[in-house]
Structures are given as C-alpha cells and as structure tokens.
Design a protein around this ligand. Structure first.
Ligand code: ATP
Length: 410
C-alpha cells in the first residue's frame, strides 16, 4: 500500500498510509474503534476505493485495474468478515461451498471433499446442514473462516477473529491461524482489539490512530513502544490520548492528569508489555513456519533503525524462540527414538532406528510427538459440540459474494 487516503464525503478516515505486508508473515492491525481498520481491509480487496494511493498485489494496482483483473486478484484472498458474513438463507455447507462454486469449475464431489475438510478443520463437523441463524456467534465465525480458506488463499484477512468468542475459543482460532500459516505460508493480516492476540500471534503489528498509521513493525517494536497512544491502547487505561469518541481536549486531559496525580486508577492493566511473551508456535505435527526465517532476516537488517528497547526485546525473543525450538526438536527426536525402541524391542532384535528409517518412514523430526496429524485429527480441533442459540443473523452482502441464482445444493 502506498500513500493511501480514504474519505467518505468530507469525513477523512485515514491518509497517506504506506505499508508493505511482509509476504507469508502474520501481521496485526490495532487501533481504537472507528479509526478505519475495517475500511482498510475493504480497501485492500477493492471493495472500497481510496481517493489517493495504490494497493499493489502481485504486481497489479487494484485501485486502477479493470473489473476482470480485480475479480482474478480477489481469488488470492480469503476474508473473514467481523460476523462471518454468511448468507442467512443458506446452510453452512452451501455458504462454505459458495466461493468454489462461484470461482472454480470444480465438480460437486470435489467441492464436497474440500468443504468437508475445511468444516473439519474449524471443528464444525456435524453442523454443516444448519443455517447461520441456528448456531452460535463463535460457530458462525468459524464457518466464515472455513469459507475464507476454501480457495487456498495466498492472503488471509481477518476482521476481529475473536469478536464474540470466549477466551478459550479465541485461543483455538488464533492457533488455527498460526497452523494455517505454517501449512500454506499465506500472508495474514488480523484486525483486532485483543491484546492477547497482539502479544502472542503476529510477527508484525501496526496501529492506526489520528487518521494515520502511527507504527508498523516487528511486534516487539509496538509492544515496547513509549508512545502514549500505544501504551494506553495496550493497557486499556482510560487516562491518555484516546478518548471515548474523538480526541480529548486540553481541559479533559488536565482533569485526568489531576486524577492520576491523586492516585485515581484509569482502570488499565499494569502488565509489563515489554516482557515479551513467546509467540505461539504451530501445533505438533505441523510444518515449521517458513515465515520465521524470512521475518528474522528482515528484522536483523532493520534492527539498527529501531529504538534501543525494541532491539533489546527482539534479541531476547529470538533467543527464547531458539531455545523453545531446540527443546521441541530434542523432544521430537526423543519421541522418535522411544517409538523406534518399542518397535525394535518387538521385532528388530535391538537394532537402533534412525529417524529417517523409523517405522512408517514418515516421522517428522520437527514434530513434538512424532505423530503425523491430519487436518481433522490435529490437536487444534477440540471444538466443543455445536450448540444452537437461534441467534438471528443477516448476511452482509459485501459486493464480493452474491447469492447464487440457481439454488445449487449439495
Ligand atoms: N460505507 C461507509 N460509508 C460511510 N462511512 C463509513 C462506511 N464504512 C465505514 N464508515 C465510517 O468509517 C469510520 C471507520 O469505520 P471502521 O468500521 O473501519 O472502523 P474500525 O476501526 O474498524 O472500528 P471498530 O474497531 O469499532 O470495528 C467510521 O466512522 C464509519 O462510520
């Protein structure tokens, strides 16, 4: 994105936003409500048109290309809208099959295979015949994610994947995004208010405030930032530059300063965000994230340009990641050796197996437990049984998807 500016009439949303999403990495976009994060996502896929600037995807500027080119480019995207944006009159199965029917010439039996795989992946097996209005908000969110994944997207945009989810389901969906990134090396952008996600999931974090992108860089840069707006946002304190609606005026700011001086709490957490929590790793059995090495090389190149506390935090988190990875590797080797030993005791006369010739031949040296998990039985897939809550949903017709004309069913 280069020099992007977006307004609605006389209301400017943000201006001169320049940003390159590092390919294959996971990035998060933070910002107070109403700063235009959703508008930003919609601009990235060409649903909204900026007044200025360009959005280059695979060499094509989607702000200037033809409708046909835009249609093709959109196939690269998987988008999870805030409430799943499902069609209320279609079953989950048909909702998830929709992009395949719309954008590919696949036969129904091929479509079924892909749809059921994704349904399994997000833990919705058994709920495929339900309508969006018959399931919980969290299930709709997961169905939206399944639909976002059916075209094997190279770029995944998630608008508040955690909204409406409890902390445990949020952890599962976050883990799923990391696992998907490990599996398909997709570039992921997550819009979120969830500080826990921001601390543990992305490689990079950006923040929109006062109509500008105030920062975009390695997650440690934002988490250790001394900028008042960033500190206030992370801590969730009411004292600071972010107000309930617009910016605070001087009188309000002075009154708050007096309250703070008198020891009155602004309600924020006292967590130390410069204590970097290790990033969530792919689940056992998943491939290593290719993004890790690329991110590291990129960050090392720019390290000298970052503030000293960010540099220090980056070094510490790299050491910690190396330690965790070495531990996981050692554990995997041990497990392979133990598994091989058990087989050896049963039939190979005490021969030592190497990991390459271990039984089955498909042991993954990077796996924590030596098991090969498939999408449907991987340990991420512990979603609870579907519960209907009869919450009514209206589909959001984004312009990207239109309801099918011929009611094609399964
Ligand atoms: N189609 C539209 N027409 C006019 N104004 C719009 C349109 N879409 C969004 N806006 C305005 O743009 C601003 C930014 O909205 P947006 O939904 O992107 O904020 P956000 O940062 O995603 O907020 P939240 O965190 O609360 O979801 C809001 O003032 C909103 O009213």
């Amino acid at each position: 994105m280069e020099g992007l500016t977006k307004s609605f009439g006389s209301q400017n949303i943000w201006r001169d936003v320049t940003l390159t999403l590092p390919a294959g990495e996971v990035s998060a976009l933070l910002g107070p409500s109403g700063t235009g994060k959703s508008v930003f996502l919609k601009t990235l896929i060409g649903l909204l048109h900026p007044e200025q600037g360009s959005v280059i995807i695979d060499g094509t500027d989607i702000t200037k290309c033809s409708a046909k080119e835009l249609y093709e480019i959109r196939k690269l995207f998987g988008v999870l809208f805030q409430d799943g944006a499902l069609f209320g009159s279609m079953s989950l199965y048909d909702n998830i099959a929709f992009p395949l029917r719309e954008h590919t010439k696949k036969k129904e039996n091929e479509i079924r295979e892909i749809v059921m795989e994704k349904i399994d992946l997000v833990g919705l097996a058994g709920a495929e015949d339900k309508l969006p209005g018959e399931i919980s908000g969290g299930m709709r969110k997961r169905a939206g994610l399944a639909r976002a994944l059916v075209l094997d997207p190279q770029i995944i945009l998630c608008d508040e994947p955690d909204s409406g989810l409890d902390p445990v389901r949020t952890a599962y969906i976050s883990q799923l995004l990391i696992d998907i990134n490990a599996q398909i090396d997709a570039t992921i952008l997550i819009v979120t208010h969830n500080i826990n996600i921001a601390r543990t999931i992305p490689d990079n974090i950006g923040m929109l405030f006062r109509k500008e992108l105030v920062m975009f860089g390695p997650r440690e840069q934002l988490l250790t930032s001394e900028q008042p707006v960033v500190k206030q946002f992370l801590s969730g304190d009411r004292f600071g530059p972010i107000g309930m609606s617009e910016e605070k005026d001087e009188a309000v700011a002075a009154a708050e300063a007096a309250m703070q001086a008198a020891g009155i709490s602004g309600g924020g957490t006292k967590d130390d965000f410069s204590e970097i929590i290790p990033q969530v790793q792919p689940n056992p059995g998943m491939p290593e994230r290719k993004a890790v090495a690329r991110h590291r090389a990129r960050v090392m190149e720019m390290l000298h340009t970052l503030p000293p506390n960010a540099q220090e935090a980056i070094r510490r988190s790299m050491e910690e990641e190396d330690r965790l990875r070495a531990e996981a590797h050692a554990h995997a080797q041990e497990t392979v050796a133990v598994g091989a030993g058990a087989v050896a005791a049963g039939g190979r006369g005490g021969d030592e197996w190497t990991s390459a010739e271990a039984p089955g031949g498909d042991y993954d040296a990077n796996a924590f437990d030596g098991n090969e998990y498939t999408g449907s039985d991987a340990p991420t897939q512990n979603w609870s049984a579907p519960q209907a809550d009869n919450a009514a949903t209206e589909p959001i017709h984004t312009g990207d998807y239109a309801p099918p004309h011929d009611g094609r069913g399964r």
